[in-house]
Design a protein around this ligand. Structure first.
Ligand code: ADP
Ligand code: MG
Length: 336
């Protein structure tokens, strides 16, 4: 067969397969865009576990009329002016909106800061319409309907509405921990609403997201090895869970789900927790961006460290030491 170049719609659909695994991945991309836009309030509304409707509303900088059609076009981004080495934003690939627009009905309404008018652009399974004037007082509203309805192969693998809703909440909780000063509101099914009000500091946000009882049952972690820093809270071994949903790991401020980091966390608890239990922890790793690659995967959940052994040793060592110190304290208190 002859070699032909794929058409753009097909390219977007293929990219969508990598960026968009389930409704929660769309929420992640849209909320990250809102964070990058400097929003101070972000609202997430969903119906049908995100399969029928996903809506993310922000009060960020907005998109000017002239750039709306670029925003939904592949490889168009406002975020890479400094080159790949200087990424200060969560996004940079310019793939999320065109990918979503190729496998759903997408609407982006926006009013750019300092402009008197708002505009809307629609993308219906790759077919673009607009921009045309609309009403909006500020910021951006992105709506996604009928996600995957025309991609049966994907649709088949989605879980129940409840499970997809839970995955959406999970994504938002992780981003909320990364951005304590932003107010998050999740309107779920059955008129349930979860609110994380703008927090004064990380401690307050951890209380909102993970629970006040966690703060009371954890040790604070503050360790450093060769300019790699680890901070946060680690739950006491007695404060364990039956699953790993309450493990929040961040690398240079981004939520990650990296296997090596999860296993290092586990390693720190190896001697003090039963094998079938899972620790609760919120840990932030900070290091020179040159020593970590966060671009391994489009969804950016995995990271690659220049020196994984160093990072692993830091985490395991810091946790063990923290438990040893807290153990000493509690046993001496017990004796008194
Ligand atoms: P990326 O975030 O990688 O740049 P996206 O496809 O997610 O790619 O978004 C494309 C562009 O659209 C962004 O670079 C940004 O300029 C604009 N954009 C998307 N969402 C928003 C938003 N909520 N507020 C302001 N601008 C946005
Ligand atoms: Mg983006």
């Amino acid at each position: 067969m002859a070699i032909v170049k794929l058409d753009n719609h097909l390219i977007d659909q293929i990219a969508a397969g990598e960026v968009v695994e389930r409704p929660a991945s769309v929420v992640k991309e849209l909320v990250e865009n809102a964070v990058d836009a400097g929003a101070s309030r972000i609202e997430i509304a969903t119906a049908g576990g995100g399969k029928t409707l996903l809506r993310v509303t922000d009060d960020g900088c907005g998109i000017p009329e002239g750039e709306l059609s670029l925003a939904v076009r592949r490889h168009c981004t406002s975020k890479l002016s400094g080159g790949l080495e200087k990424i200060a934003t969560l996004g940079f690939r310019g793939e999320a909106l065109p990918s979503v627009g190729s496998i759903a009905r997408l609407s982006v309404r926006s009013r750019a800061e300092g402009h008197d008018e708002a505009f809307e652009i629609l993308v219906d399974h790759g077919r673009c319409e607009g921009p045309r004037p609309t009403a909006l007082s500020r910021g951006t509203v992105v709506e996604v309907r009928d996600l995957f309805q025309k991609v049966p192969a994907r649709l088949k693998f989605l879980k129940s509405e409840r499970a997809e809703s839970a995955a959406i909440t999970d994504v938002v909780r992780r981003l909320a921990l990364a951005e304590p000063e932003i107010r998050f509101e999740i309107a779920g099914p059955d008129r349930t609403t979860t609110v994380f009000p703008a927090a004064r500091d990380m401690g307050e946000r951890i209380g909102q997201v993970v629970g006040e009882d966690f703060a009371a049952n954890s040790v604070s972690i503050n360790a450093e090895r060769e300019d790699v820093r680890l901070t946060g809270l680690a739950g006491l071994p007695t404060f364990s869970r039956g699953n790993s949903l309450q493990q929040f790991l961040f690398v240079n401020g981004r939520p990650v789900r990296d296997k090596m980091l999860v296993s290092a966390l586990r390693g720190g608890y190896a001697d003090v927790m039963a094998k079938d239990r899972h620790p609760v922890a919120v840990l932030f790793l900070t290091l020179d961006p040159a020593l970590v690659d966060v671009n391994v995967h489009p969804a950016k959940a995995d990271v690659r460290f220049r020196d994984p052994g160093l990072v692993r040793g830091l985490i395991v060592g810091a946790l063990r030491q923290a438990f040893a110190e807290s153990g000493l304290r509690s046993s001496s208190e017990g004796a008194a």
